[in-house]
Design a protein around this ligand. Sequence first.
Ligand code: NAD
Length: 355
Amino acid sequence: MTTTHSARETAGARTVPPFSVISGAQVQRALRGQEPRIVELVETVYRLHGAGDSVNPPSYFLRFPDRPTSRIIALPASIGGEVRVDGLKWISSFPENVASGIPRASAVLILNDHDTGYPFACLESSIISATRTAASAALAADRLSRARGGERPARVGFFGTGLIARYIHTFLAATGWSFDGIGVHDLSAESAAGFRGYLQTSGADGRITVHDSAEELIRSSDLVVFATVAGEPHVHDVSWFAHNPLVLHVSLRDLAPEILLASANVVDDVEHCLKAETSPHLAERLTGSRDFLNGTLDDVLAGRVTLPADRPLVFSPFGLGVLDLAVGKFVHDEVARSGELHVVDDFFHELRRYG
Ligand SMILES: NC(=O)c1ccc[n+]([C@@H]2O[C@H](COP(=O)([O-])OP(=O)(O)OC[C@H]3O[C@@H](n4cnc5c(N)ncnc54)[C@H](O)[C@@H]3O)[C@@H](O)[C@H]2O)c1
């Protein structure tokens, strides 16, 4: 239903905003071809967050005794600057979905008006979540390779090849990365073949190699992207990283703490990342300190840290709700500009205090 704002009600100087529902198809249209802009937006949000112009409390993990591999996470957040919006991402992870041919993750994002607190949009958010994750990975890959004083890596390896790996490759390609070689490794031969098919149809440059061996994938890649659903470390051998690759540890729980301790480490947010049994959390537990951390991505963006080139470099992004808010607000504003907002006219109904 596309209508005008008949639910708008005046209360002093404040008004109740219209409430709209934004579908996945609309989200995808609004974001298509916008990769460089989204990477810039994500950088702006990291800078705002680093400067304290955000509220981003710990994510809340809802887990189920009868479905131990599944979870639903609530990420409430508030971001300032020009974005200026509050809200909540509510995202489910049900890994067994994949065997039935439906995606693991599903999500909605609620945006709340800064002045009145009223929710003004509900957006399909699995695409927004994958987009902000991939934009963050592409930003980190660029800035971290520059901060080490090196060239962009030319051999990339994808360890775990589901939806997130696909989005990360799309964002790397759309922000100017090209590769001599693309390595692929997944426990599931079907996933590896599906990802290879995506690479071929997307016109990805570079020779594509599917590796049965995890060791071979890591040893032959200068940029390694972890996007598995592993719940605990399954890569233990520090010697596999002897060539000092840049590692985007997006799935957070793949690497044994010993590998982090032999590497330089950058996170998105220290308090967030050292929780929930992530590999950085295990490294803190093992050493009783946070000394293994070199800094945050914001520290790197601001030039506050120098990163050694003679060790592996691991970026572990916990994933911040403020990023979802900013990308969600971008989508909302694009859909509004195109005149295609689906407003639910009578969503807020009890608006007069005494009837
Ligand atoms: N840090 C963040 O901000 C952030 C954001 C979104 C998603 N994620 C994480 O990214 C990961 C991937 O998400 P997705 O939607 O692509 O999942 P997905 O289920 O679509 O794909 C995961 C793939 O990993 C493979 N896999 C699982 N364990 C493996 C192992 N030990 N070795 C090799 N391959 C393995 C699976 O076979 C599957 O193909 C999840 O862990 C998710 O939580 C992180």
